[in-house]
Ligand binder design. Structure first.
Ligand code: G3I
Ligand code: 9MR
Length: 550
């Protein structure tokens, strides 16, 4: 161990909630001797002093990390921590996640295709409409006898996938599921959650209005002639760094795939049961969604191995997946919960469900979340004990990781993939589901602690959500934010996060998996945004603030 002046203070830059565990990390590339620190309140009164507890080696960052626990400080206010002359300011409060809970959802409004963002709803990020998608060509890879190559179809609306302007069914699947699940799981909270979007004030909760924007697009991606679903709606290549209204390239629907059909079927089935309660506000919507879900599922059963790869000449995102077992299980589960029909029940095989932390490519756990949530209505037909123990098994692993980590975070090793921040957010979602089905508070505690990671207590010192924190991404790989001429990016966007792949060949200041991150346009492998990473952020930050309010 040695003395050092070369260390970082890693802390939650948005704030710590009253009554919850509170930790700060001190990290350094050397195994450092204890450092003196004090914490002062806003009047300059010292409320805690100490020396940093013994650091432990943190392999993912190639650093040594010490954990300062200051949970006993619980008075709302602004504080400073001073570690041998280095100072960070942080907040403690009962509503520190309130603004972010709105912004994480508002992200979807800012990223609507076929919509102008008005000053009333978008403030300085107002912009013209673009990508109407009313004249979309059927690509040769998607041609059928009733819709030959070049047939024009209309598939407007939806959200831009990410930093690019394309629309992909596969990651729309998990994204829309996650937002619908937030509403299903915390209905009364979302009934009064105001987002200041154009539909605010109508008879639907704002979150459902936002979800409808994407569901309407998804529905248009189904070929009514056979129930199959196009994998994506895209240009042949990625657009330049232009605003949506400057986009002029031809748009195509590309090749139907099994994973698209199943993602579509799962979400449409889930949405059908949610909108069944809103028949007078959205007449016929629930039935239309159910029929669409059944049609897509039938197509997938008849075409079970149509794995998507980009046809030649199409260079945009692939979202490829050579294993759709989990997609089948997820779709069958959602269809069974919604319809109660035997054919879906007989397709459910709990043993085949992969209970890993969900991602666009691994959706088995989404079925587990839904089955456990709807356990009372399906318990005569589905082995709920197995569904429950599979869910808790993964939550136990995540909780153990948080509790044993030298940083008190859930992220380690192979969690650092392209979109690692989506992994972190989905870990917390997992913990919240485990808490709900077990009432075991230790899952909830781990989720609160885990949120610090995304908001600054990590290997990079960034709070990964644009506009929220002291050091946040200012150059995300997000075309609108690049091209809009506004110095600050669209707020509320969770960037991809550190991972060592460096597929974009940009320059990075570290190769360590927890530090390989660059806040540059160039770094699309760590600094892009997506609907499928923001969705678990929105789910979790809202749930954490909601439990706090109770
Ligand atoms: O499937 C393999 C797995 O078998 C292997 O063990 C593992 C080891 O790294 O890699 C897995 O493949 C990874 C794949 O995602 C599936 O997880 C690739 O390494 C990884 O590079 C790939 O990253 C995806 C990336 O596109 C490149 O294809 C991201 O998950 C995905 O979020 C991202 O999505 C892009 C869209 O294509 C275009 N729009 C933006 C969006 C976000 O950047
Ligand atoms: O902008 C694209 C981003 O949305 C994708 O995630 C990424 C990987 O598919 O590709 C980006 O586009 C890059 C292209 O792949 C290579 N040339 C540079 C493009 C970004 O400027």
């Amino acid at each position: 161990q040695q003395e050092t002046t070369n260390f970082f203070i890693r802390y939650n830059q948005v704030g710590y909630l009253t009554g919850r565990d509170k930790t700060i990390n001190i990290t350094s590339t050397v195994n450092f001797l204890p450092l003196d620190y004090n914490i002062k309140n806003s009047s300059g009164v010292i409320v805690k002093t100490g020396t940093t507890p013994n650091p432990r080696f943190w392999g993912d960052a190639q650093e040594y990390a010490s954990i300062i626990n200051f949970s006993e400080i619980d008075t709302e206010g602004s504080y400073t921590v001073d570690v041998e002359g280095k100072i960070a300011r942080f907040y403690i409060g009962s509503s520190v996640y309130e603004d972010l809970s709105i912004a994480a959802l508002k992200y979807y409004y800012y990223n609507r295709a076929s919509a102008a963002i008005t000053a009333q709803h978008g403030g300085i990020w107002s912009r013209s409409s673009g990508l109407p998608d009313t004249q979309v060509r059927v690509h040769s890879s998607a041609a059928s006898s009733l819709r030959p190559t070049g047939t024009i179809i209309s598939a407007p609306k939806g959200w831009f996938d990410a930093g690019d302007y394309n629309k992909y069914i596969v990651n729309s699947g998990i994204s829309t599921y996650t937002l619908l699940a937030a509403f299903e799981h915390y209905t009364s909270y979302y009934q009064s959650k105001e987002l200041n979007i154009p539909e605010s004030g109508n008879n639907l909760p704002d979150i459902l209005d936002e979800i409808i924007w994407n569901l309407d697009w998804m529905l248009a991606m189904q070929d009514p002639n056979d129930g199959g679903v196009y994998h994506k709606l895209t240009g042949l290549n990625f657009a330049g760094r232009i605003m949506p209204n400057r986009y002029t390239a031809t748009r195509y629907v590309v090749k139907k795939s099994t994973s698209a059909a199943l993602n579509f079927a799962a979400v449409a089935a889930q949405a059908s049961r949610v909108f069944a309660n809103y028949e007078s506000e959205k007449p016929g919507y629930s039935i239309a969604l159910k029929d669409a879900a059944k049609g897509a599922y039938n197509w997938a059963k008849a075409n079970p191995t149509v794995y998507f790869t980009n046809p030649s000449g199409v260079l945009t995102g692939e979202y490829g997946d050579g294993n759709v077992t989990d997609e089948f299980q997820w779709a069958a589960s959602e269809l069974f919960i919604t319809t109660g029909e035997a054919q879906y029940k007989s397709d459910i095989n709990l043993n085949a469900i992969n209970n890993g932390v969900p991602s666009w490519q691994s959706v088995g756990s989404l079925a587990l979340f839904s089955m456990n949530f709807h356990s009372s209505s399906i318990s005569n037909d589905v082995d709920i004990n197995t569904a429950k123990s599979k869910l808790l098994a993964t939550a136990n692993i995540i909780r153990t990781k948080v509790n044993n980590s030298p940083m008190a975070i859930g992220m380690s090793g192979s969690d650092y993939v392209w979109g690692s921040n989506g992994v972190a957010a989905n870990q917390m979602l997992y913990l919240l589901r485990a808490y709900e089905i077990s009432s075991d508070e230790t899952y909830l505690k781990a989720a609160y602690k885990g949120m610090d990671y995304l908001l600054g207590r990590n290997g990079t010192g960034f709070s990964f959500v644009s506009g929220f924190g002291d050091k946040t991404p200012i150059n995300p790989h997000h075309r609108i934010s690049f091209a809009d001429g506004i110095s600050t990016p669209v707020p509320g966007m969770l960037v991809g996060g550190p991972q060592p792949g460096q597929q974009d060949k940009c320059s990075y200041s570290s190769n360590a998996s927890a530090k390989s991150f660059s806040d540059t346009w160039c770094s699309y492998s760590t600094n892009e945004v997506t609907i499928n990473w923001n969705a678990p952020l929105a789910y979790v930050i809202n749930a954490l603030q909601m439990y706090q309010n109770q």
